[in-house]
Write a protein that binds this ligand. Structure first.
Ligand code: UDP
Length: 239
């Protein structure tokens, strides 16, 4: 189509759970292939795409498998889980016809190259998809914060937060039939209404940097493309 993307460079945040599909854990093949194809579609439209991927489908430092563990140690395990997801996504992106590069926030050079900002920018300019692995490289943080951080660093015009619901609602749409979706909402209003859109660190960073967030559904086919075309899809959080 001749539709023009509304953005030149975006940062896409995928949770680990987004890769599970309907499975209980791990990576669902059909799901990751579909995601790679949707990313390929927007990349071919000329949008530079950087991705931060979570690790919750494999390991989460704060809960579950980490009970009784030292928090920092558990968090490093969580970061390693994001490296696995990043490798899987990059593989799927390559098979979808793109060129993907994984860059890690922690040194693990035999597996993936280290994150070096100018190099990441170069890859993006070349049309490669950059997958940022290992979160921020620090325990006590999340991949949402990594998304905000890398998004700000690479000058992304927007952080696209993929979730299972198609935006931010006035109440939980599963419990309240009268709940309605915000088409857009300011950072300040989201805070005053106590809408948990991203964790507080990530949210504060985006707000300070005036980096808009778009919350959209990763399950809904074509939603990513509609977001990139600037259509009323999901919820825009603006400064
Ligand atoms: N993590 C971390 N520092 C970071 C990013 C992630 O310690 O900068 C760890 C943390 O233990 C977290 C896990 O990696 O629970 C997986 O990341 P996250 O929970 O953000 O994944 P998602 O919920 O997006 O799948």
């Amino acid at each position: 189509s001749s539709a023009k993307p509304a953005f030149k460079r975006i940062l896409l945040k995928l949770s680990g759970e987004a890769l599970m599909g309907d499975d209980a854990f791990g990576i669902n093949r059909v799901t990751i292939v579909r995601m790679a194809q949707e990313i390929a579609e927007i990349n071919r439209m000329g949008v530079q795409v950087a991705v931060v991927i979570g690790g919750g489908n494999i390991f989460r430092g704060v809960a579950g498998g980490a009970v009784g563990m030292d928090r920092a140690t558990a968090d490093y395990m969580g970061m390693l889980a994001t490296v696995m997801n990043s490798l899987a996504l990059a593989d799927a992106l390559d098979k979808a016809g793109l060129t993907a590069r994984v860059m890690s926030a922690i040194g693990i050079d035999q597996v993936v190259e280290p994150y070096v900002r100018p190099k990441a920018l170069q890859y993006l300019e070349e049309g490669k998809v950059v997958v940022f692995a290992a979160g921020t490289g620090n325990p006590f943080f999340t991949t949402d914060t990594a998304a905000a951080l890398r998004g700000a660093e690479i000058g992304a015009e927007m952080v696209l937060k993929a979730t299972k619901v198609d935006g931010v609602y006035t109440a939980d749409p599963k419990k309240d039939p009268l709940a309605t979706r915000y088409s857009e909402i300011s950072f300040d209003e989201a805070i005053s209404r106590n809408l948990g859109i991203m964790d507080a660190t990530a949210f504060a960073l985006c707000r300070d940097q005036k980096l808009p967030i778009k919350v959209f559904s990763i399950i809904k086919n074509g939603a990513l493309k509609r977001v990139v075309l600037g259509e009323d899809e999901g919820t825009l959080v603006y400064a």
